[in-house]
Design a protein around this ligand. Structure first.
Ligand code: NAD
Ligand code: WQD
Length: 368
């Protein structure tokens, strides 16, 4: 009927209550999609989605509080909403924890993806956006060497820890799937270092316990929750000796998902990776192409929060590379997407979120 066909397309977002997921849910609603979310809230609060609804003025069509490995819950969700595509954020992401608890990581990350793909096949939904990571490039070769920095999608792959292994294994699995069935349209979005928050200061990253990643740590020092930053080594072969990474604003990243989804729904024009007679499984970097050092990030955050931030140089963290940054040109060529927000904006928006919500969603929960 006319009313049915005029309904917006529904997208299933797994892990939609999380950091990148919540920003992408907001961007999807703003782009005119309806969204349904499945999240077990193991690393997030439902408050993030309430705030997304407040910001967009649109309801999340359905929220299922469940593990993605719960096949009955998934099946019911597909049956009810018939999503045109799935964006799969749900997964565990702490590198150190994955070294201590590898089986938990393999089970959660690979198990949830297998369950999800089986359900998609059953319901004939073949559009899939996967949250991959720059971690699949392992330790990159130096600038100017083949396959080295800046990292192109065709660079050699390798994982340095169980978390990275799960991302790599899922990438392989998705490639095999696309080879076996030409109906699949898949993007492997390899995020570099997401940071920042929505400019409203209402949604942002809310890590449990002491943050593992640099920018959440820096922002907790800025707001006075933590005393000083530990800079993990200043003897790397980088201009100032500290590690260099490709930080990308989470709102740019969210926009990248909307562009990737649009590309899938158009049938993936001109993919770089597809072989004839197969589906598409396209790896795409989401980065800015520019690297900043730890000390540059601290200086940028000092500017945003208006005060000096204490730091100490400590030992290197095992497994850390000198420098990791993307060649971001494929995303522009295929998706028409590029990062727009600079380092100053990332830090301003991170600070805005952090000082409005010094303890994340927990304390301000329910406050309007
Ligand atoms: P996040 O922890 O904030 O979000 C993940 C969400 O998935 C959380 O809401 C969590 O509760 C949920 N979840 C986890 N396991 C689940 C399961 N089995 N079933 C249902 N829900 C589950 O993390 P994020 O930073 O938003 O990352 C999203 C995705 O992007 C992850 O797959 C992560 O590996 C990937 N990624 C993140 C980064 C980064 O630095 N943040 C970089 C590259 C890739
Ligand atoms: C950035 C830089 C550290 C913390 C990780 C994952 C990767 C991806 C993104 C998911 C490095 C230094 C850090 C601190 C510091 N996640 N640092 N003090 O390691 O590039 O990537 O997150 O896929 O897979 O490995 O990000 O933010 O941890 O570190 O000096 O307290 O900051 O040495 O140079 P990383 P990060």
């Amino acid at each position: 009927t006319a009313s049915k066909s005029s309904r917006p397309p529904v997208v299933l977002v797994t892990g939609g209550a999380g950091y990148i997921g919540s920003h992408t849910c907001l961007a999807l609603q703003e782009a005119g999609y309806d969204i349904v979310v499945i999240d077990d809230l193991s690393n997030s609060s439902p408050e993030s989605l309430s705030r997304v609804e407040q910001l967009t003025g649109k309801k999340v069509l359905d929220f299922v509080h469940s593990d993605v490995r719960n096949e009955q819950a998934l099946d019911a969700l597909f049956q009810k909403h018939k999503p045109v595509a799935v964006i799969h954020f749900a997964g565990l992401k702490a590198v150190g924890e994955s070294v201590r608890l590898p089986l938990m990581y393999y089970d959660a990350n690979i198990g949830s993806t297998v369950a999800l793909l089986n359900c998609m096949i059953k319901h004939e939904c073949f559009n899939f956006v996967f949250s991959s990571s720059a971690t699949v490039y392992g330790n990159p070769g130096p600038a100017g060497t083949p396959g080295g920095l800046p990292l192109r999608e065709c660079a050699p792959l390798g994982a340095l820890n169980p978390y990275g292994q799960t991302k790599l294994a899922i990438e392989h699995m998705l490639r095999d799937l696309a080879c076996a069935d030409e109906r699949w349209r898949i993007t492997l979005l390899r995020y570099f270092n997401p940071c920042g928050a929505h400019p409203s200061g209402r949604i942002g990253e809310d890590p449990q316990g002491i943050p593992n990643n640099l920018m959440p740590y820096v922002s907790q020092v800025a707001v006075g929750v933590l005393p000083h930053i530990n800079v993990f080594g200043n003897d790397y072969s980088t201009p100032d000796g500290t590690g260099v990474r490709d930080y990308i604003h989470v709102c740019d990243l969210a926009a990248g998902h909307v562009s990737a989804l649009a590309w899938l729904l158009k049938g993936c024009p001109a993919p770089a990776d597809a072989a004839p007679g197969t589906g598409t499984c396209q790896a795409i970097n989401l980065g800015t192409g520019v690297g900043y050092s730890v000390l540059e990030m601290i200086a940028a955050m000092e500017k945003a929060c208006g005060r000096k931030l204490a730091y100490k140089i400590t030992d290197r963290r095992p497994g850390d590379a000198d420098a990791v940054y993307s060649d971001a040109s494929l995303a522009l060529a295929l998706l028409g997407w590029k990062a727009e927000l600079d380092l100053e904006r990332m830090c301003q928006d991170l600070w805005n979120w952090q000082h409005n919500n010094p303890h994340g969603y927990a304390v301000t929960k329910g406050s309007q």
